[in-house]
Design a protein around this ligand. Structure first.
Ligand SMILES: Nc1ncnc2c1ncn2[C@@H]1O[C@H](COP(=O)(O)OP(=O)(O)OP(=O)(O)O)[C@@H](O)[C@H]1O
Ligand SMILES: O=P(O)(O)OC[C@H]1O[C@H](OP(=O)(O)OP(=O)(O)O)[C@H](O)[C@@H]1O
Length: 544
């Protein structure tokens, strides 16, 4: 263990001096705002039984829970979420308390993260829960607390967006899709993948629910979005949810928060958890939501007491970091710039040609220098050149607002971002290939598959219910079966020339590939107009 004596575990870090002061200042501001609104603090154990989270909140990914085995062999987890233990307490220890009860917490949550991604494995959350109350007044109470808490931190550029769980639920039920298609459609709405969503809804023809669902990824922005949806569907549950959001907006506007409210009707994650309004908060300089909350009327019942409830949690560390950075001049510039990460190599030329067609001055990029960051004159656009996987990293962390990257890299690396446009160039495919005439599936031996894309390969064979052994190869993967290291390969095939010239052949196609535009989750909201403009210009170039 000597090796690890000077480092901290993946996703954790020490905070010293000014960072501590900034964090505590933000934390205390949020706490004060909640105390003033009548919320009382509770503290729950840092370690709880796994069952608390597994049964109550199946949305929490068990891979991401940091597990600990106690002396009796029972599985415990470092608290991955603050709301679930509070629901446990509300349903059990507070059964004779007068309702509603307003609770708040200021404590860490923990996640098991893999190395080198820069994802946090522990963060301090301050949040509030209003338990035993339902309806407009209760939702207004919770959201007002969220607005008041963020205002109290001194942040001047934050927004909270509202959505409603009922909208997707009602439309997908009206559509009558099976469970697998419903989940595929939900994912595409969540990722704002307009084009792919259109394809997934194709089999449902011109059904009104299909039309309304296909518009969902685009239904975000100001309050006018609510008018739009009313022209798209006559579904009474959806119209009820829209009318409710309108009333809630009005109530919050009267309380002085109208300017800070955005709408996103494509908020569809954690569907079985949220039962009514859902909301997310964003702040300039943070690449992800810094606040998340909503109504979860079914949670307390999982602990034996049926109580309506709603609440939110704020990632105070990200808020503090954003506030600390806000005074730097480059941060102010970033607010008005759209920074695009381009994949160097095959995809670069075509993307630059599209930008040039759209009227951007790319002469500095054409000059063939070794520079990596370019400001396109008089456009508010910056270009960053990077390797494919890094495009995702930069966009995910919000240091670039958008990126152009192949679907192959997206499938292999995953991550949290919107995949907004299929640019249609850089076309190729993932395929399973082997030496001519070889039977990869024959016999009882576990097949060995060489690939640059182990995650894609495992997912492919998983869908086939087959166990394979993968070996990661960095390039010219075709060598592996020729050298008898592997039975087959999963690799990119474009013309098929490389396979042919090496005596290999495709056994099966795995997935089609093309270049995609990805957008950072916070930038999509905070810089919507500027980003939509760039996207529209790229798309216009494609039509030519
Ligand atoms: N024949 C092809 N081989 C590989 N990628 C292709 C091909 N045709 C299109 N592409 C797309 O181009 C993207 C970039 O490919 P490129 O080879 O330029 O980068 P890379 O594979 O990351 O680089 P390197 O070859 O240096 O590892 C791929 O991610 C893929 O989406
Ligand atoms: O079907 P084709 O048109 O022959 O193209 C496919 C080949 O191109 C890619 O390799 P690349 O040239 O990027 O080299 P790499 O293997 O080092 O990534 C891919 O990995 C295949 O080897």
């Amino acid at each position: 263990m000597n090796r690890f004596r000077i480092s901290t575990p993946e996703g954790t870090r020490d905070l010293l001096f000014s960072s501590c002061r900034a964090l505590r200042q933000t934390e205390n501001a949020v706490r004060d705002a909640l105390e003033e609104r009548g919320y009382s603090e509770i503290i729950t154990p840092a370690v709880e039984y796994y069952d608390v989270f597994a049964q109550a909140n199946p949305e929490l990914d068990q891979d991401q829970m940091l597990k600990i085995i106690d002396k009796s062999g029972r599985i415990c987890v470092a608290r991955p979420d603050n709301t679930t233990p509070i629901a446990r307490i509300a349903a059990t220890r507070l059964d004779d308390a007068a309702l509603p009860v307003r609770l708040y917490y200021s404590q860490k949550v923990f996640r098991s993260v893999s190395g080198d991604h820069g994802h946090k494995g522990e963060f301090l959350q301050v949040g509030a829960e209003l338990i035993g109350a339902d309806g407009l007044a209760a939702d207004k109470d919770i959201l007002s607390a969220a607005f008041a808490a963020l205002s109290r931190t001194g942040a001047d550029n934050f927004r909270i967006e509202l959505g409603h769980a009922e909208i997707y639920k009602a439309l997908i039920e009206e559509l009558g899709a099976d469970a697998a298609s419903s989940e595929a459609i939900r994912r595409l709405i969540e990722n704002k993948s307009f084009a792919a969503l259109g394809d997934a809804l194709q089999p449902f023809g011109s059904r009104p629910a299909a039309k309304a669902l296909s518009a969902m990824p685009q239904l975000f922005g100001g309050i006018e979005v609510l008018d739009e949806v009313e022209t798209l569907t006559g579904n009474v549950r959806v119209l009820g949810a829209i009318a409710y959001l309108r009333r809630l907006y009005q109530a919050l506007d009267e309380a002085g928060y109208g300017d800070r409210i955005m709408i996103d009707l494509g908020l569809v994650h954690e569907m079985d958890y949220y039962t009514g309004i859902m909301f997310r908060g964003y702040i300039g300089g943070a690449g992800a939501a810094i606040l998340a909350g909503g109504r979860y009327n079914a949670l307390c019942a999982k602990f034996g007491r049926d109580l309506p409830a709603g609440g939110f949690g704020i990632d105070v560390e990200s808020v503090a970091e954003s506030l600390q950075g806000a005074s730097r001049p480059e941060v102010a510039t970033r607010r008005d710039t759209v920074r695009i990460a381009l994949t160097k190599g095959r995809l670069e030329k075509k993307t630059l040609a599209l930008l040039k067609d759209a009227g951007y001055d790319i002469s500095e990029l054409e000059a063939g220098t070794r520079k990596l960051i370019f400001t396109l004159p008089d456009s508010g656009v910056e270009i960053v050149l990077s390797k494919a996987a890094d495009v995702i990293t930069y966009v995910e962390h919000g240091v670039c607002d958008m990126g152009v990257v192949g679907k192959d890299t997206i499938m292999e690396k995953g991550g949290s971002f919107y995949e907004m446009v299929d640019l249609g160039f850089g076309r190729c495919r993932f395929a399973l290939a082997t030496k001519k005439g070889k039977d990869v599936y024959g016999g009882y031996k576990t097949p060995v598959i060489a690939t640059k894309y182990p995650a894609v390969t495992k997912a492919f064979f998983n869908r086939k219910n087959m166990d394979v052994e993968t070996i990661k190869i960095e390039g010219s993967v075709e060598l592996a079966p020729l050298l008898e290291l592997a039975d087959a390969i999963v690799d990119i095939v474009e013309t098929g020339t490389t396979l042919k010239e090496n005596g290999l052949e495709v056994i099966e196609d795995v997935a089609p590939i093309s270049a995609r535009v990805i957008v950072n989750l916070a930038s999509a909201k905070m810089k919507k107009t500027a980003i939509q403009k760039v996207i529209a210009e790229l798309e216009k170039g494609l039509e030519k």
